[in-house]
Design a binder for this molecule. Structure first.
Ligand code: B12
Ligand code: SF4
Ligand code: SF4
Length: 401
């Protein structure tokens, strides 16, 4: 057996391939990653990215200005790490048996929200992966970069190139082993590691270009595009964030456009509709990675509890979860929309109270919800709040059609 030092010397001077590569893969998988695949960084790939440019030029990034600011880096991984040779693409399966979305009596959470914040728990694994790669010869100082939804890199594209799965018409990186339920993460390194093959021979046609076509293994299916409650998928593989419930309930910190609110239904945080309808989920498996910490109890929170959240209760219930980033005001806003869509008049008293909340955003959505639930009785429920109101945006909710 080779010593660690021996590996360092041989790996630093040549490509890691064959048995050595499989040994490295096994070491990385042992850190809790369900998938570990390698993609080569080709210098020619830097020039492409037309579909990504089109997405940005169409304004589909909504208010995520950081996508525009970092566009050049996203398209050219050499700008992220000069001398990059390999992107190591990681997948963490977060599939679950829970039927959260089917329980109509509860607000619906995106599946990923029912874990401790994956950015933090997976980062712990990536730090260890970085050290493993250093043992294999990666430069310690500035020789690698790692990201889990945290940096200027097209994670789904690299994962597809590495053969982790294919990009579906819903835009997701879909795995043959885990369906739609994979968190992605990457390490960009100067180490040269023999690349894995993409899942479909047709993908290799795109070698040398950044994009591979979306829907390579979708066939004639269009279920996700049809099922999207807000028509946010105008073309295969292209998600218009402006219309996407995930964007509106997580990233948008202001007013949710009125015309999208009914489509949100009971979804209080994120959206999985285009993932859930996908037939590739027949291969989904229960998550077991040590990089995940389940928080299933969130799925049991009632709408009444959410509408009554105080800052203290919010901080304790959502401690260490991704929901914490949305802040109490964002969650109350979403809960108002869900209440408006619930058809349950029992929430009217709580909503009338929220129509006097200190946040104008919460007030606006509370007014909308009361008017939707109470119909002709709305005026009575809102009398007190309206008398106190001076914000133009909120006032417009009192008279909107
Ligand atoms: C911005 C963002 C969003 C936005 C915009 C969504 C979108 N379609 O881009 C919003 C807020 C709406 C969103 C929603 C969700 N997101 Co999001 N999001 C991101 C983020 C930060 C950037 C994505 C991006 O660059 N979008 C721009 C589009 C145009 O890029 P793209 O989808 O990657 O597609 C391009 C590339 O793949 C490129 N390409 C194709 N082939 C190749 C080959 C190579 C070599 C390269 C380099 C590029 C390339 O061409 C495509 C078209 O231009 C990523 C993390 C990351 N850094 O990648 C997470 C990420 C995509 N999100 C994720 C998740 C889980 C979600 C949600 C499911 C959350 C939820 N339940 O509510 C939804 C799903 C919505 C959907 N159907 O896409 C996961 C997806 C995991 C997976 N298996 O695909 C990611 C990867 C985060 C993570 N680390 O796990 N998200
Ligand atoms: S996440 Fe929901 S709203 Fe967004 S594209 Fe998918 S189905 Fe549509
Ligand atoms: S639902 Fe159908 S079209 Fe959409 S990603 Fe899955 S297989 Fe492809």
């Amino acid at each position: 057996m080779e010593s660690a030092e021996g590996l360092f010397v041989s790996a630093a001077s040549s490509m890691i391939s064959g048995e050595q590569r499989e040994q490295l893969r096994a070491q990385l998988q042992a850190l809790g990653f369900d998938e570990v695949r390698f993609a080569a960084v080709e210098p020619s790939a830097a020039a492409a990215g037309q579909a990504f440019d089109d997405w940005l030029q169409g304004g589909m990034q909504a208010d995520m200005a950081w996508m525009l600011r970092t566009a050049e880096k996203r398209k050219d991984v050499q700008m992220v790490l000069p001398g990059a040779r390999t992107v190591v693409a990681f997948g963490v399966n977060y599939g679950s048996d829970s039927e959260n979305s089917m329980k109509a009596e509860h607000p619906v959470w995106a599946h990923y929200a029912l874990y401790e914040d994956y950015h933090e728990t997976i980062a712990a694994g990536l730090r260890k992966a970085g050290r493993v790669l250093e043992e294999w010869g990666a430069a310690t100082q500035g020789g690698q970069r790692w990201y889990v939804d945290t940096g200027p890199i097209l994670e789904r594209g690299w994962a597809a190139r590495a053969g982790l799965g294919f990009r579906g018409k819903n835009g997701m990186l879909i795995s043959r082993r885990y369906g739609n339920w994979l968190f992605l993460a990457v390490v960009v390194t100067q180490l040269e590691i023999a690349p894995d093959a993409p899942v479909s021979a047709r993908a290799s046609i795109a070698q040398g270009r950044l994009e591979e076509p979306a829907g390579l293994l979708c066939g004639k299916c269009t279920r996700c595009m049809v099922a999207c409650p807000t028509n946010a998928i105008p073309r295969p593989g292209i998600v218009d964030a402006r219309r996407c419930i995930s964007y509106q309930t997580i990233e948008n910190r202001g007013i949710i456009p009125r015309e999208l609110r009914t489509g949100i239904g009971l979804r209080v945080y994120g959206c999985d509709v285009c993932l859930e309808v996908c037939p590739w989920n027949r291969f989904a498996q229960q998550a077991h990675s040590m990089l995940l910490v389940a928080r299933n109890e969130l799925a049991g929170l009632s709408l009444a509890e959410l509408l009554a959240l105080t800052p203290e209760r919010f901080a304790s219930v959502f401690r260490r979860t991704a929901v914490k980033r949305l802040k109490l005001v964002g969650l109350l806003r979403n809960a108002c929309v869900v209440a408006g869509n619930s058809g349950e008049r029992e929430h009217l008293a709580a909503l009338a109270k929220l129509a006097e909340h200190e946040s104008a955003s919460v007030r606006a959505h509370a007014v909308w919800a009361v008017r939707r639930l109470a119909g002709n009785d709305a005026e009575g429920w809102l009398q007190q709040a309206r008398a106190l109101e001076s914000d133009a945006t909120v006032l417009s909710e009192y008279v909107a059609d």
